[in-house]
Design a protein around this ligand. Structure first.
Ligand code: FES
Length: 104
C-alpha cells in the first residue's frame, strides 16, 4: 500500500518552481507546472550522478543537465529507451500540504 508523507507546502513551490526534498533517504524533485505537481526521483538513471532538479523543462518533460536524456514527469519514461526509465511518485494535496506517495 502506498503511504503518503508530507514533504512541502504548496506555497514553497508556486507555478513554474521546483524543489528537491529527501524522503526515506531518497532525493525527490517536485515540479509545479501550471498548478499541477509532479514528483520524480532526482538522480538521473543514466550515470546516476546528475540532479534532474537542474534540468530543463519542456511541457511535462525534464531534460537532464548532463547528456540531455529526457524524462516524462508523468510516467518516468525516458526518450532514449526503457532501460533508462526512472521512478515517479504519486502526489496528493491536502489543504496547503504536498504529500508524496512511496510504496514500502
Ligand atoms: S547523466 Fe543524465 S543524461 Fe547522462
Amino acid at each position: 500500500m502506498t503511504e503518503f508523507t508530507p514533504v512541502a507546502k504548496t506555497s514553497d513551490i508556486p507555478p513554474g518552481e521546483r524543489k528537491r526534498v529527501e524522503l526515506n533517504g531518497q532525493r525527490v524533485s517536485i515540479f509545479n507546472i501550471n498548478g499541477e505537481y509532479f514528483a520524480i526521483h532526482d538522480i538521473c538513471p543514466h550515470k546516476k550522478t546528475a540532479p534532474l532538479i537542474r534540468g530543463t523543462l519542456n511541457g511535462t518533460g525534464i531534460k537532464c543537465p548532463n547528456h540531455g536524456y529526457r524524462f516524462d514527469l508523468k510516467t518516468g519514461k525516458c526518450d532514449r529507451g526503457d532501460r533508462w526509465n526512472t521512478q515517479v511518485y504519486p502526489i496528493k494535496i491536502e489543504g496547503s500540504e504536498i504529500f508524496i506517495g512511496i510504496s514500502p
